[in-house]
Write a protein that binds this ligand. Sequence first.
Ligand SMILES: O=C(O)C(=O)Cc1ccc(O)cc1
Length: 394
Amino acid sequence: MAASLSRPCFISLHLPYRQGWAQHLANTFRFQPVAVRETPRVRQVALRRGSAVFLINERRTPASASTSSRDFLYDVDPCPTLGTASNVCFEVDNVLGLCKQLQNQGCSLLVPPTELRDDGGSVTYGVVSSVVGNISHTLLDRSRYQGPFLPGFQPIQEAPSATWDGIKITHFDHITYVCPRGGAWAALDWYQRCFGFHRFLLNPQESPAEGYVLGEQGVGMLLLALQSAQGTPAHGCKLVFAESLSQSGTNQVDTFLEQHGGAGIQHVGLCTTDIVTTTRALQQQGVRFFTPPTTYYSQGGKAEEIRGAGQDPRMLAELGILLDTTVPGDKGQLGTDARENPSQEYLMQIFTHPIFSEETFFLELIDRRGAPGFGEGNIRALWKAVQVYMDQQQ
Ligand SMILES: O=C(O)C(=O)Cc1ccc(O)cc1
């Protein structure tokens, strides 16, 4: 029987020695530091916005023979030479049972089921390796824990971040992996078999047998998507697997593989209920976003499409926000189309520049107005915007 996982509890980022990125995330993205764990060798900080939690892991000393792979609690050390998002923690009911089941399926258990407790109660967790690059999963049962984050962490009593700062981020919407060539179907199969995720089609153009192939106008990519068993496309956690089909090596997927040193998490979609205000507020904090090609807003009736969705094309163009109405909801049933009010379903997206010094990991804001999938126009616009950015970097 496959496991039943819910929304991610946290996504773990690892930074090489002394990058101070926790402060950056707190300052620019206005994530609230909620808990910290410090040892002479490592610093782990949990930052929250809505129910989205990033765990930032940093070494306080250069990695050496004396450092241990167990330095990072609730995680393993990917020994990064560059910033990487390498662990996604899921809450589960039965850590022991799931770890045993995963081992029987041939999965590699990096941390066996372990219990930790403090005054707030106890938790059980284990860490399992995935089949994609450096990505591991912490499986956590915290149903017996009442503390602010997790045992081993000290709460940070800071003034709550201003609720008037305009940033409305509610939860993790999706996590997009870059897979090696030929690896996306294998990843899909592993998450279905081991974690009980269900396939869902990104949009009506996707063929169940072939996946969503974007193969024209300079884009060469295969996309496949899953959602967690607990939840609908609108409410569960989605995983998107991207694989390059491109002939040239200078595209965002191949560049990720090259600069990251292999497969891994390319971006995390943060759900917002007000993308215009949130984008504006983050831009004022210094967050830099990709700007779509100028033709995006003028070609193919895009301005009418935006107006038809009740949005202002000039405002979206000024901020660089993408809007797609070609993503009617399939409400989670593969191959069915049970739209109630298709004309009102659309989504808006905007993507940050890479967060670390390499062209690897970035964040996305996504504002879903009834559309659970992903729009082709937006994916193509992102692809082109990244292409222009990469050309400028050279
Ligand atoms: O649109 C999204 O957020 C996706 O996750 C789809 C996607 C996947 C990989 C890319 O390099 C670009 C877009």
